[in-house]
Design a binder for this molecule. Structure first.
Ligand code: KIV
Length: 264
């Protein structure tokens, strides 16, 4: 796969072509995810849960994210690398610049931060300094204690309206992408249509520009009942590589996620 970048992925949105994102946290899986043709790798702070065994993403540090981002960068074969700024590493715009600088130096190509309108100043400062930003909205796992659990967001009229306004503001502030987690499918479609930047979904229905899953979930490795938005691609695959390829093909073809993977 030739090198994918922000320009490539923004053009995909304009052409109405979907793209696939999967998490990876080390060189081995980064290699497999990119060789399978997935356009982006997310070095998610979900590593705090799936690798480190914590019950939330809150304990993850910038140093740990830099270590995993550098590992992924060494294994990657041309996908664009998005990396998460962890909990409280962007509480002020200045802190965000230091944290983002560390992750970009480690090999990240775009940073992801969780929140809404309050991120506007941070997004502009990072974007003006050449650091692309993805704003993660809806269910923001770093705020799990404030949200009272991992719940679908934007279900009532006021919070849905607020989320649309925040999405537009963050685009105007310089965000290069949005990520919507666990929001009703209709709201995700409305936000996707309201902005010109690519919108990645997870638990956001079939109408976003791209899709992301946590790799361990789509390989069926996560203990317990999987969330509604997950499909186990390993169930019909002969190898992990096949599962990664089947996922990317399904996202690009628009066959995953289906309406049954979204929320009303
Ligand atoms: O950390 C992560 O893996 C994420 C995804 C759930 C989108 O943010």
């Amino acid at each position: 796969m030739s090198n994918i970048n922000l320009h490539t992925l923004t053009a995909r949105k304009q052409a109405g072509e979907k793209f696939a994102v999967l998490t990876a946290y080390d060189a081995c899986f980064a290699h497999l995810v990119s060789e399978a043709g997935n356009e982006m790798i997310l070095v998610g702070d979900s590593l705090g849960m799936v690798l480190q065994g914590h019950d939330s993403t809150l304990p993850v540090s910038v140093e740990e994210m830099a270590y995993h981002t550098a590992s992924v960068a060494r294994g990657n074969k041309g996908s664009m690398i998005m990396t998460d700024l962890p909990f409280m590493s962007y509480a002020t715009p200045e802190q965000a610049m230091d944290s983002a600088a560390a992750l970009m130096a480690a090999g990240g190509q775009i940073v992801k931060i969780e929140g809404g309108a309050w991120l506007a100043e941070t997004v502009s400062l990072l974007a003006e300094r050449g650091i692309p930003v993805c704003a993660h909205m809806g269910l923001t796992p770093q705020a799990v204690n404030k949200l009272g659990g991992y719940r679908v967001q934007g279900r009532d009229r006021d919070s849905a309206k607020q989320m649309i306004e925040d999405a537009v503001l963050l685009e105007e502030s310089g965000a290069s992408m949005l990520l919507l987690e666990c929001v009703p499918s209709l709201l995700a479609r409305e936000i996707t249509q309201a902005v010109d930047i690519p919108v990645i979904g997870i638990g956001a229905g079939p109408d976003t520009d791209a899709q992301v899953l946590v790799m361990h979930d789509m390989l069926g490795l996560t203990p317990g009942r999987p969330p509604k938005f997950v499909k186990n691609f390993m169930a019909d695959a002969d190898s992990v590589q096949d599962a990664f390829k089947a996922y990317g093909d399904a996202v690009r073809a628009g066959t995953f996620p289906g309406p049954e993977h979204g929320f009303e």
